[in-house]
Design a protein around this ligand. Structure first.
Ligand SMILES: [Zn+2]
Length: 114
């Protein structure tokens, strides 16, 4: 995939996991940190986050998978012919995407009405 796509995909993952952690793990201990996006040996960007350790692990895992994605033109992970996520990680990620996707939808609706 292109560098732009790589940044975009990682940014989405960070946003979704952050939103999920904010709403589901309100009382968990969180830390401020950041992840460097490195693709084809080039450092592209640094993304900041404030996550609990579980969510941080998930983020690092997702970033690693994206880094190693062999597809020139990346399909949606859901439609991938050679899925690279382990089953439990995939389930977790699907849950995060579903939960946060709904929240993002609500924010959008709210913005229209305000
Ligand atoms: Zn969390």
């Amino acid at each position: 995939m292109t560098n732009e796509k790589f940044i975009e995909q990682n940014s989405t993952v960070v946003n979704f996991i952050q939103l999920y952690c904010d709403s589901k793990h309100k009382d968990a201990k969180k830390k401020n940190s950041s992840i460097k996006l490195i693709y084809n040996g080039e450092e592209l960007k640094e993304l900041k986050y404030n996550l609990c350790s579980d969510c941080e692990n998930m983020l690092k895992y997702a970033n690693e998978r994206l880094q190693n994605c062999p597809h020139e033109i990346k399909p949606k992970c859901r439609n991938c012919p050679s899925p690279c996520y382990e089953k439990d990680k995939w389930k977790m990620m699907a849950k995060i995407m579903r939960t946060s996707g709904m929240k993002f939808g609500l924010i959008k609706i709210k913005n229209i009405f305000n």
